[in-house]
Every structure is written in structure tokens, then in C-alpha cells.
Ligand binder design. Structure first.
Ligand code: CTP
Length: 411
């Protein structure tokens, strides 16, 4: 963003306090920032705050001769390399969609030819309202880029979609070219093995190195996604731009995934999750006993199947590591776990699989397949992410068409 001129529009929502942090991060990324505040925004944060963090005067009035004598709304509109509105309230989005120009920010948005980016923030019910959804669709059709909102707990006490995207994620999204395959998407990846503890020193584990999962997370981040990775015990460095949570056992992995997966677009289950765990974990180290010992095991949750069963859940991509009858076993998993896609790879042969740098993948989905061939895990991860992004787009365009078809005809 070196030297880029950003006009940051701040409208009247509680998330306005986060915009001060956004200004700092934009400046850290090299941008020159001028802040325009609506009257509502000034009820939440004082203009002086934005003046201090941006190092520029704050613009608030349209019909103010003193302000217009400085940098007027037309000059500001021409100065902007991009206009970012964060937070954007439901009201501001509606006014933007209808082309109103009754204050400085709305006028500037009409007067500029610079790309417009909007980060909505509002109560979840207001976000879900058809009026807001239709307004956002209209803006997107006109080329406005909408980033977020995120799901989570809200200032009003509700839980759901409507939180403004965090300033660091907004800046990361602004730095990603809009055409990137997964721009503005949220991707969740599980990686590595799980360790199922028997006692404080022993566990049941497996030979997964985590390299494939880390490569998928890195490829998704490089394709513009916001990536949350839930990793079992591995000592690999976190790829740039990936938000990592370390876990140990399958139950902890499931609980973490369920917390981060809400509102995600795409889920890659790359972890080699243990199918069973000891029914009980001994509090103290178990002592040597008789010649024969039995471990009492119980099933672990099937994480990817639980994600695939979520209502409004993400598109799911699983992995099937097989030693024989690759396609048949992988197809069985695809349908049993109700996945959208599965990456089948053969293990147990020298040179591919668990501990190797190389892999070979056959990608399967209901009614289709693609051989991604042999390659390094990084190359295959890039091909896999790109194929999954294509399928995600296809899936969404089918859903949109079905939605339109099922709407009652008017007149
Ligand atoms: N998986 C999961 N949770 C589990 C087991 C597996 O999320 N408890 C996911 C893996 O991350 C992978 C896919 O399911 O994406 C297939 O895993 P695999 O272990 O091959 O399937 P299983 O159902 O365990 O079949 P089996 O061990 O009998 O081959």
C-alpha cells in the first residue's frame, strides 16, 4: 500500500472504535489515510482520535465553507486511491445502494471513481434482513467490494453474523488483489496427527507430519483467504497470514473447529485424526503389570462429518489415505461423510504419503474426478486449493440459480 491514498469513511456503529486501530494498521502498511466521519460516528468516537492516529485533519461536514476551502468533497473524492467504509451501518449501506448524497461521506462515494470497499457492522437480525441483503447484492453488482461481516458475539448481546472484520484482517484483505481465487473467503484447515493420551507420558499417535495440512493452509492464504488452522502436535512453522490454534487430542480438535468454523466458506480436513481414544486417561503413569494388557478405547468424534452436517456449513474437502482400492475407498468416504470433495492419496508406498515431501492425489467429487498427479506437497496443495475454489464458485452459482427459481413469480 506504499503511498496509496485511502479515504476511510467511519459511520455510526459501536465498531467505530475499532477504526482507530484500522487507521494505524493502514498507515503501518504504507497508506496515507484521511478520515471522513458521519454524524453518527461522532456520537461514538471523537474526531480528535482519528486526527491523532491519521496525522491528517478529519472531514465531517459537506456544507461547511471552512472545510470546503481546505480539501473539499470533490478534491477528496479525486485524492482517494480507494474509499473504505468501516464500519458501514445498515443505514449507510441502504443510502449508498440508493445513491443518496445528503452528507459528506455519501456524496464523496458518489463523486469518486476510486474503488469502494465496505465492511458492514450491525446487529445480526439487521444483517440478515432481506433489505440489507438486497442492498449488498446491488452494491456488489455495481463493483463494490464487501468484506465481512464476521460471526460471533455482538455488543448488543446477540450472537451471529454482523461483527466488523478485525482491522488486521481488513488490511490483509485490502492487500490481496480482488481477483484472487479465495479473496474475502474464510477457510478452516485441520492439520497434523492427534495424540490420544493414555497416561501423563504415553499416548496413541500416528505418523502424520502435518506438512500437507500446513501446505494447504499456506496455499489458501496465498489465494487471498483468511485462514484458521487447527493443528495437532507438530513442530512446523506457521505459514504467513495463517491464524493457528494448537491442539492435542481429537476431542479438543473438534471443539476448536466447531468454534472457528461458523460462517466459514471452505473446510479442509487434512488432519489424521485418531479414530479412537482411551476410555480413561490415567492421572499417574501406569505401572508395568501382567504379561497381557488391554486398552479400553472409545470412538472419537468424526470432525469433518460433523462439519459437513452443519446447517449452512462450509463446503467440505476431506482426505483419504489408503493403502489399497484407492478410488473405491475414497468414494465410500465421500458419500458416508457427505463431503463435497475428497483428495485420495495412496500411502504405504515408498516416496509418497505420510512422512514424505512428495504426494500423489486423485481428487473426487460427486459425479466427477481430477487427477492432480504427483508433486511436492506444496504444488499439490496449490492445485487442490484452486480446484476447491472453482468448485465453491460453481456450487454457489447453482445455489443462486436455485434460489431465484424457487422465488414466486411476480405479477
Ligand atoms: N477425519 C475427521 N475426524 C475423524 C476421522 C477422520 O475429521 N475422527 C477426516 C480426516 O481429516 C480426513 C477424512 O476424515 O479428511 C478421512 O479420514 P480417514 O482417517 O481416512 O477416514 P476414517 O473415517 O478414519 O476411515 P479409516 O480409518 O477406516 O480409513
Amino acid at each position: 500500500m506504499n503511498g496509496e491514498n485511502i479515504v476511510l469513511g467511519v459511520t455510526g456503529g459501536i465498531a467505530a472504535y475499532k477504526s482507530a486501530e484500522l487507521v494505524r494498521r493502514l498507515r503501518d502498511a504504507g497508506a496515507d489515510v484521511r478520515v471522513v466521519m458521519t454524524r453518527g460516528a461522532r456520537a461514538f468516537v471523537a474526531p480528535l482520535t482519528f486526527q491523532a492516529v491519521s496525522g491528517n485533519p478529519v472531514h465531517t461536514e459537506l456544507l461547511d465553507d471552512k472545510a470546503e476551502a481546505g480539501m473539499g468533497h470533490i478534491e477528496l473524492a479525486r485524492w482517494a486511491g480507494r474509499v473504505v467504509v468501516a464500519p458501514a451501518t445498515a443505514d449507510f449501506i441502504a443510502r449508498l445502494a440508493h445513491g443518496l448524497a445528503d452528507d459528506l461521506l455519501s456524496t464523496l462515494c458518489l463523486a469518486t471513481t476510486a474503488p469502494l470497499i465496505v465492511a458492514p457492522a450491525m446487529n445480526q437480525q439487521m444483517w440478515s434482513h432481506p433489505a440489507t441483503q438486497d442492498n449488498c447484492r446491488l452494491l456488489e453488482e455495481r463493483g463494490v467490494r464487501i468484506i465481512g461481516p464476521e460471526s460471533g458475539s455482538q455488543a448488543c448481546g446477540d450472537t451471529g453474523p454482523g461483527r466488523m472484520t478485525e482491522p488486521s484482517d481488513l488490511v490483509a484483505a485490502l492487500m490481496t488483489p480482488p481477483g484472487a481465487a479465495l479473496a474475502d473467503r474464510h477457510v478452516v484447515v485441520t492439520a497434523g496427527p492427534t495424540y490420544e493420551d493414555i497416561d501423563p507420558v504415553r499416548f496413541i499417535g500416528n505418523r502424520s507430519s502435518g506438512r500437507m495440512g500446513f501446505a494447504v493452509a499456506a496455499a489458501a492464504a496465498a489465494a487471498g483467504a483468511r485462514v484458521s488452522m487447527v493443528a495437532g502436535p507438530v513442530r512446523l512453522p506457521t505459514p504467513p497470514g495463517v491464524e493457528r490454534t494448537d491442539v492435542r487430542g481429537a476431542v479438543e480438535m473438534r471443539d476448536t473447529v466447531m468454534r472457528v468454523v461458523r460462517g466459514a466458506d471452505l473446510f479442509f480436513g487434512v488432519a489424521a485424526v485418531a479414530d479412537y481414544r482411551p476410555r480413561q486417561q490415567a492421572g499417574q503413569k501406569l505401572k508395568k503389570g501382567p504379561d497381557r494388557q488391554h486398552l479400553d478405547l472409545v470412538s472419537n468424534p468424526d470432525i469433518i462429518a460433523e462439519v459437513a452436517a452443519l446447517e449452512d456449513g462450509p463446503m467440505t474437502v476431506g482426505f483419504a489415505a489408503e493403502t489399497e482400492q484407492l478410488e473405491q475407498h475414497a468414494r465410500e468416504k465421500l458419500s458416508a461423510k457427505r463431503l463435497d470433495m475428497i483428495a485420495a492419496n495412496r500411502v504405504g508406498r515408498a516416496g509418497t504419503g505420510f512422512e514424505s515431501e512428495q504426494n500423489e492425489i486423485l481428487l473426487l467429487w460427486p459425479g466427477g474426478e481430477r487427477h492432480l498427479g504427483k508433486g511436492s506437497k506444496r504444488q499439490l496443495a496449490r492445485s487442490l486449493v484452486s480446484a476447491a475454489a472453482d468448485r465453491l464458485r460453481d456450487r454457489e452459482s447453482i445455489e443462486t440459480r436455485t434460489d431465484q427459481d424457487s422465488r414466486p413469480a411476480s405479477g
